[in-house]
Design a binder for this molecule. Sequence first.
Ligand code: ADP
Length: 165
Amino acid sequence: MIRVEVGDITMLRSEAIVNAANSTLLGGGGVDGAIHRAAGPQLLAECKSIKGCPTGQACMTLAYDLPAQYVIHTVGPIWHGGGRNEARLLASCYEASLKLCLDNGIQRVVFPAISCGIYGYPREQAVDIAVCTVLDLYQRCGLVEVVFCCFDESMASLYRQRLSR
Ligand code: ADP
C-alpha cells in the first residue's frame, strides 16, 4: 500500500524513515536537521563513522530516539537546471533506499520529498520520479507500506494527483 501523509516525518512510527541528507551525513537544515534533533546525538556519532555518502546513494543507521527503528540516509541531487543528471540521481535515491529495505527485511518505509526543499528540485518533476520509481519497485523489494510524508498540504496534493493517475 502506498499512502500520502501530511506532517513531521520525525513523529512517524515506521520501520524506517528516509532522510534527505547531504553527502557529509553530518546533518544540515530541513528534514535532515529535524531528524538529527529528534534522534539525538547518537545518530550523528553513527553517521560520522560512515564517512559520507555520494549523491544518489543511500546508507542506513539506527534511529535512536526516533519512533522509527532505522534511518535510511540518501543524498538527493541539487537542482542545477536539469542538465546535470538530476533526474537519474533522484531516481537512484529511491532505488537505493528501497534496495536497503529489501536487503534488511524492512517492509514499511517513509519517504520525505527528497531534493524538494533547499536543493530546489521542481516539485512536480520530483514527485513524478518519486511515485514512478516507488510504484515500479516496491512489491519486488518486499514492501507492504510506503508512505510519502509531506510537510504541507500543497505537496501532498501533488503526490495524490500523481498516484491517482
Ligand atoms: P533537500 O535538501 O533534499 O531539498 P529539505 O529538507 O530542504 O531537503 O526538504 C525536503 C522536503 O522535506 C521539503 O519538501 C520540505 O518541506 C520537507 N520537510 C522539511 N522538514 C520536514 C519534516 N520534519 N518532515 C517531513 N518533511 C519535511
